[in-house]
Design a protein around this ligand. Structure first.
Ligand code: NAP
Length: 267
Protein backbone atom coordinates (compact mmCIF):
# COMPACT_ATOMS: atom_id res chain seq x y z
CA UNK A 1 0.00 0.00 0.00
CA UNK A 2 1.11 3.55 -0.72
CA UNK A 3 0.74 6.18 2.05
CA UNK A 4 0.44 9.95 1.86
CA UNK A 5 0.74 12.76 4.34
CA UNK A 6 -2.58 14.14 5.57
CA UNK A 7 -2.39 17.91 5.01
CA UNK A 8 0.87 18.93 6.66
CA UNK A 9 0.26 16.90 9.81
CA UNK A 10 3.01 14.30 9.36
CA UNK A 11 0.25 11.66 9.64
CA UNK A 12 0.39 8.90 7.01
CA UNK A 13 -2.87 7.71 5.51
CA UNK A 14 -3.30 5.07 2.82
CA UNK A 15 -3.73 6.42 -0.72
CA UNK A 16 -6.63 3.99 -1.08
CA UNK A 17 -9.03 4.12 1.84
CA UNK A 18 -12.35 2.40 2.41
CA UNK A 19 -15.68 4.19 1.95
CA UNK A 20 -18.62 2.83 3.92
CA UNK A 21 -21.71 4.57 2.53
CA UNK A 22 -24.66 2.13 2.58
CA UNK A 23 -22.86 -0.31 4.87
CA UNK A 24 -25.37 -1.37 7.51
CA UNK A 25 -28.38 -0.32 5.43
CA UNK A 26 -30.13 -3.69 5.52
CA UNK A 27 -28.51 -5.03 8.65
CA UNK A 28 -29.03 -8.79 8.20
CA UNK A 29 -26.49 -10.85 10.21
CA UNK A 30 -25.04 -12.33 6.98
CA UNK A 31 -24.61 -8.91 5.39
CA UNK A 32 -23.05 -7.54 8.56
CA UNK A 33 -20.58 -10.44 8.74
CA UNK A 34 -19.64 -9.94 5.10
CA UNK A 35 -19.08 -6.19 5.59
CA UNK A 36 -16.96 -6.83 8.67
CA UNK A 37 -14.93 -9.31 6.61
CA UNK A 38 -14.32 -6.72 3.89
CA UNK A 39 -13.17 -4.08 6.40
CA UNK A 40 -10.86 -6.52 8.18
CA UNK A 41 -9.34 -7.72 4.89
CA UNK A 42 -8.72 -4.12 3.86
CA UNK A 43 -6.88 -3.44 7.11
CA UNK A 44 -4.79 -6.61 6.58
CA UNK A 45 -3.82 -5.24 3.17
CA UNK A 46 -2.51 -2.04 4.76
CA UNK A 47 -5.50 0.25 4.31
CA UNK A 48 -5.69 2.46 7.38
CA UNK A 49 -8.09 5.19 6.20
CA UNK A 50 -11.74 4.30 6.83
CA UNK A 51 -14.40 6.89 6.03
CA UNK A 52 -17.88 6.91 7.50
CA UNK A 53 -20.51 9.45 8.64
CA UNK A 54 -23.15 9.77 11.32
CA UNK A 55 -25.85 9.79 8.64
CA UNK A 56 -24.75 6.61 6.84
CA UNK A 57 -27.46 4.02 7.48
CA UNK A 58 -28.55 6.20 10.44
CA UNK A 59 -25.38 5.42 12.38
CA UNK A 60 -25.14 1.72 11.54
CA UNK A 61 -22.19 2.28 9.21
CA UNK A 62 -20.25 3.79 12.14
CA UNK A 63 -21.30 0.84 14.30
CA UNK A 64 -19.88 -1.69 11.83
CA UNK A 65 -16.66 0.30 11.54
CA UNK A 66 -16.47 0.39 15.35
CA UNK A 67 -16.94 -3.34 15.58
CA UNK A 68 -14.25 -4.01 12.94
CA UNK A 69 -11.67 -1.71 14.51
CA UNK A 70 -12.27 -1.77 18.27
CA UNK A 71 -9.41 -4.17 19.03
CA UNK A 72 -6.94 -2.62 16.59
CA UNK A 73 -7.72 1.04 17.13
CA UNK A 74 -4.11 2.19 16.79
CA UNK A 75 -3.74 0.57 13.37
CA UNK A 76 -6.51 2.55 11.70
CA UNK A 77 -7.27 6.16 10.90
CA UNK A 78 -10.99 6.78 11.43
CA UNK A 79 -12.66 9.60 9.53
CA UNK A 80 -16.28 10.45 10.18
CA UNK A 81 -18.58 13.40 9.51
CA UNK A 82 -21.01 15.62 11.33
CA UNK A 83 -24.28 16.04 9.41
CA UNK A 84 -25.28 19.43 7.95
CA UNK A 85 -28.25 19.64 10.35
CA UNK A 86 -25.90 19.44 13.34
CA UNK A 87 -23.59 22.40 12.78
CA UNK A 88 -24.64 24.54 15.76
CA UNK A 89 -22.05 24.49 18.58
CA UNK A 90 -23.97 22.22 20.98
CA UNK A 91 -25.14 19.97 18.16
CA UNK A 92 -21.58 19.37 16.90
CA UNK A 93 -20.47 18.34 20.41
CA UNK A 94 -23.45 16.03 20.81
CA UNK A 95 -23.05 14.52 17.33
CA UNK A 96 -19.38 13.83 18.02
CA UNK A 97 -20.16 12.02 21.25
CA UNK A 98 -22.73 9.88 19.40
CA UNK A 99 -20.13 8.99 16.76
CA UNK A 100 -17.53 8.15 19.41
CA UNK A 101 -19.95 5.77 21.04
CA UNK A 102 -20.93 4.03 17.80
CA UNK A 103 -17.29 3.85 16.69
CA UNK A 104 -16.33 2.35 20.10
CA UNK A 105 -13.42 4.74 20.50
CA UNK A 106 -12.35 7.67 22.64
CA UNK A 107 -11.08 9.72 19.66
CA UNK A 108 -11.90 10.38 16.01
CA UNK A 109 -8.83 10.89 13.82
CA UNK A 110 -10.51 13.16 11.28
CA UNK A 111 -13.81 14.90 11.98
CA UNK A 112 -15.32 16.41 8.84
CA UNK A 113 -18.19 18.82 8.26
CA UNK A 114 -20.24 16.74 5.81
CA UNK A 115 -21.77 19.64 3.83
CA UNK A 116 -21.76 23.38 4.46
CA UNK A 117 -24.93 24.85 6.00
CA UNK A 118 -25.18 28.51 5.10
CA UNK A 119 -27.74 29.15 7.87
CA UNK A 120 -25.10 28.44 10.56
CA UNK A 121 -22.03 30.70 10.81
CA UNK A 122 -18.97 28.56 10.11
CA UNK A 123 -17.25 30.28 13.07
CA UNK A 124 -19.72 28.61 15.42
CA UNK A 125 -19.12 25.14 13.93
CA UNK A 126 -15.35 25.60 14.00
CA UNK A 127 -15.43 26.76 17.62
CA UNK A 128 -17.01 23.41 18.50
CA UNK A 129 -14.38 21.60 16.44
CA UNK A 130 -11.61 23.35 18.39
CA UNK A 131 -13.24 22.38 21.68
CA UNK A 132 -13.34 18.73 20.52
CA UNK A 133 -9.67 18.83 19.56
CA UNK A 134 -8.78 20.48 22.87
CA UNK A 135 -10.53 17.79 24.89
CA UNK A 136 -8.95 14.95 22.87
CA UNK A 137 -12.15 13.71 21.18
CA UNK A 138 -10.89 14.71 17.73
CA UNK A 139 -7.35 14.83 16.30
CA UNK A 140 -7.80 16.68 13.00
CA UNK A 141 -10.48 18.88 11.44
CA UNK A 142 -11.67 18.48 7.84
CA UNK A 143 -14.51 19.58 5.58
CA UNK A 144 -16.47 17.96 2.77
CA UNK A 145 -18.25 19.41 -0.27
CA UNK A 146 -16.71 22.83 0.50
CA UNK A 147 -15.82 25.32 -2.23
CA UNK A 148 -12.45 27.09 -2.05
CA UNK A 149 -14.15 30.16 -0.55
CA UNK A 150 -15.93 28.06 2.09
CA UNK A 151 -12.70 26.24 2.93
CA UNK A 152 -10.90 29.56 3.34
CA UNK A 153 -13.67 30.81 5.66
CA UNK A 154 -13.47 27.64 7.74
CA UNK A 155 -9.70 27.97 7.93
CA UNK A 156 -9.92 31.62 9.00
CA UNK A 157 -12.37 30.64 11.77
CA UNK A 158 -9.89 28.30 13.44
CA UNK A 159 -7.48 29.75 15.97
CA UNK A 160 -5.33 26.74 16.86
CA UNK A 161 -6.05 24.14 14.18
CA UNK A 162 -5.93 23.79 10.42
CA UNK A 163 -8.34 22.44 7.85
CA UNK A 164 -6.36 19.35 6.82
CA UNK A 165 -8.70 17.91 4.17
CA UNK A 166 -11.65 18.53 1.88
CA UNK A 167 -13.65 15.47 0.79
CA UNK A 168 -15.21 16.01 -2.62
CA UNK A 169 -16.60 14.12 -5.61
CA UNK A 170 -13.71 13.35 -7.94
CA UNK A 171 -13.38 10.66 -10.56
CA UNK A 172 -12.15 10.16 -14.11
CA UNK A 173 -15.56 11.21 -15.41
CA UNK A 174 -16.40 13.84 -12.78
CA UNK A 175 -13.64 16.43 -12.76
CA UNK A 176 -15.18 19.73 -11.66
CA UNK A 177 -12.71 20.04 -8.77
CA UNK A 178 -9.80 20.33 -11.21
CA UNK A 179 -10.87 23.94 -11.92
CA UNK A 180 -10.22 25.26 -8.42
CA UNK A 181 -10.47 22.88 -5.43
CA UNK A 182 -7.64 20.59 -6.53
CA UNK A 183 -5.16 23.40 -7.34
CA UNK A 184 -6.07 25.05 -4.03
CA UNK A 185 -5.48 21.81 -2.10
CA UNK A 186 -2.11 21.30 -3.77
CA UNK A 187 -1.04 24.87 -3.11
CA UNK A 188 -2.22 24.97 0.50
CA UNK A 189 -1.23 21.40 1.46
CA UNK A 190 -4.79 20.33 2.11
CA UNK A 191 -5.54 16.67 1.34
CA UNK A 192 -8.28 16.14 -1.25
CA UNK A 193 -10.20 13.01 -0.28
CA UNK A 194 -11.85 11.80 -3.51
CA UNK A 195 -15.30 10.33 -2.89
CA UNK A 196 -17.20 8.22 -5.44
CA UNK A 197 -13.87 7.69 -7.27
CA UNK A 198 -15.46 4.78 -9.17
CA UNK A 199 -18.47 6.89 -10.09
CA UNK A 200 -20.71 4.82 -7.81
CA UNK A 201 -20.00 1.69 -9.85
CA UNK A 202 -20.24 3.19 -13.36
CA UNK A 203 -16.88 1.82 -14.36
CA UNK A 204 -15.54 3.33 -17.59
CA UNK A 205 -14.61 1.10 -20.52
CA UNK A 206 -12.52 3.61 -22.38
CA UNK A 207 -9.08 2.97 -20.89
CA UNK A 208 -6.59 2.21 -23.69
CA UNK A 209 -6.12 -1.59 -23.93
CA UNK A 210 -2.35 -1.20 -24.17
CA UNK A 211 -2.26 0.37 -20.68
CA UNK A 212 -4.51 -2.31 -19.18
CA UNK A 213 -2.30 -5.04 -20.67
CA UNK A 214 1.00 -3.42 -19.71
CA UNK A 215 0.04 -3.06 -16.03
CA UNK A 216 -2.30 -6.05 -15.78
CA UNK A 217 -4.99 -3.78 -14.32
CA UNK A 218 -8.77 -3.72 -14.57
CA UNK A 219 -10.55 -0.53 -15.66
CA UNK A 220 -11.63 0.21 -12.08
CA UNK A 221 -8.02 -0.03 -10.89
CA UNK A 222 -6.93 2.44 -13.55
CA UNK A 223 -9.68 4.84 -12.40
CA UNK A 224 -8.31 4.74 -8.83
CA UNK A 225 -4.69 5.02 -9.93
CA UNK A 226 -5.55 7.97 -12.17
CA UNK A 227 -7.58 9.87 -9.54
CA UNK A 228 -4.68 9.58 -7.05
CA UNK A 229 -1.98 10.71 -9.50
CA UNK A 230 -1.47 13.95 -7.52
CA UNK A 231 0.36 13.71 -4.16
CA UNK A 232 -2.35 15.56 -2.28
CA UNK A 233 -5.16 13.19 -3.33
CA UNK A 234 -6.33 9.98 -1.66
CA UNK A 235 -9.44 8.02 -2.69
CA UNK A 236 -12.10 6.19 -0.69
CA UNK A 237 -13.81 3.64 -2.96
CA UNK A 238 -16.54 1.56 -1.38
CA UNK A 239 -16.45 -2.20 -1.94
CA UNK A 240 -18.98 -4.72 -0.65
CA UNK A 241 -17.02 -7.66 -2.01
CA UNK A 242 -13.55 -8.87 -1.04
CA UNK A 243 -12.68 -9.30 -4.73
CA UNK A 244 -13.39 -5.60 -5.39
CA UNK A 245 -11.60 -4.59 -2.19
CA UNK A 246 -8.46 -6.53 -3.14
CA UNK A 247 -8.49 -5.04 -6.63
CA UNK A 248 -8.81 -1.56 -5.17
CA UNK A 249 -5.99 -2.09 -2.68
CA UNK A 250 -3.71 -3.24 -5.52
CA UNK A 251 -4.60 -0.34 -7.81
CA UNK A 252 -1.64 1.84 -6.78
CA UNK A 253 1.00 -0.90 -6.77
CA UNK A 254 2.50 0.71 -9.90
CA UNK A 255 2.35 4.24 -11.27
CA UNK A 256 1.79 5.17 -14.91
CA UNK A 257 4.07 7.61 -16.68
CA UNK A 258 2.93 11.13 -17.50
CA UNK A 259 2.13 10.30 -21.13
CA UNK A 260 -0.06 7.41 -20.00
CA UNK A 261 -1.93 9.58 -17.48
CA UNK A 262 -2.59 12.04 -20.29
CA UNK A 263 -3.81 9.27 -22.59
CA UNK A 264 -6.21 8.07 -19.85
CA UNK A 265 -7.46 11.64 -19.22
CA UNK A 266 -8.15 12.08 -22.90
CA UNK A 267 -9.77 8.66 -23.38
P1 NAP B 1 -17.73 4.45 -5.43
O1 NAP B 1 -16.73 4.05 -4.43
O2 NAP B 1 -17.33 5.36 -6.54
O3 NAP B 1 -18.40 3.17 -6.11
C1 NAP B 1 -18.89 2.10 -5.37
C2 NAP B 1 -19.41 1.07 -6.36
O4 NAP B 1 -18.31 0.58 -7.14
C3 NAP B 1 -20.06 -0.13 -5.69
O5 NAP B 1 -21.17 -0.50 -6.51
C4 NAP B 1 -18.97 -1.19 -5.76
O6 NAP B 1 -19.49 -2.49 -5.89
C5 NAP B 1 -18.27 -0.83 -7.04
N1 NAP B 1 -16.85 -1.27 -7.01
C6 NAP B 1 -15.99 -1.14 -5.97
N2 NAP B 1 -14.78 -1.63 -6.33
C7 NAP B 1 -14.90 -2.10 -7.59
C8 NAP B 1 -14.02 -2.75 -8.49
N3 NAP B 1 -12.75 -2.97 -8.15
N4 NAP B 1 -14.48 -3.09 -9.73
C9 NAP B 1 -15.77 -2.84 -10.09
N5 NAP B 1 -16.66 -2.23 -9.28
C10 NAP B 1 -16.22 -1.86 -8.04
O7 NAP B 1 -19.03 5.11 -4.76
P2 NAP B 1 -19.46 5.71 -3.37
O8 NAP B 1 -19.80 4.66 -2.40
O9 NAP B 1 -20.45 6.76 -3.72
O10 NAP B 1 -18.19 6.51 -2.84
C11 NAP B 1 -17.23 5.94 -2.00
C12 NAP B 1 -17.29 6.50 -0.60
O11 NAP B 1 -17.17 7.92 -0.60
C13 NAP B 1 -18.61 6.28 0.13
O12 NAP B 1 -18.75 4.95 0.58
C14 NAP B 1 -18.50 7.30 1.23
O13 NAP B 1 -17.65 6.84 2.27
C15 NAP B 1 -17.88 8.47 0.50
N6 NAP B 1 -18.86 9.46 0.00
C16 NAP B 1 -18.87 10.69 0.56
C17 NAP B 1 -19.77 11.65 0.14
C18 NAP B 1 -19.74 13.01 0.78
O14 NAP B 1 -20.68 13.80 0.58
N7 NAP B 1 -18.71 13.32 1.53
C19 NAP B 1 -20.69 11.37 -0.89
C20 NAP B 1 -20.66 10.11 -1.49
C21 NAP B 1 -19.73 9.16 -1.03
P3 NAP B 1 -19.61 -3.47 -4.59
O15 NAP B 1 -20.14 -2.63 -3.48
O16 NAP B 1 -20.54 -4.53 -5.08
O17 NAP B 1 -18.24 -4.01 -4.28
Amino acid sequence: MEYRELGRTGEKISTIGMGTWRMGTHGSPAERASQLGVLKRGIELGINLIDTAEIYASGRSEEIVGEATEKIRDEVFLATKVAPGHLRYDDVIKACHGSLQRLRTSYIDLYQVHWPDLSVPIKETMAAMEKLVADGSVRYVGVSNFSVKETEEAKASLAKNEIVSNQVYYSLTHRDVEADVLPYCERENVTLIAYSPLDRGSIVNSIPRAILRKYGMAQAQVMLNWVTRHDKVVAIPKAASVVHLEENAASVSARFDQAEYTQISEA
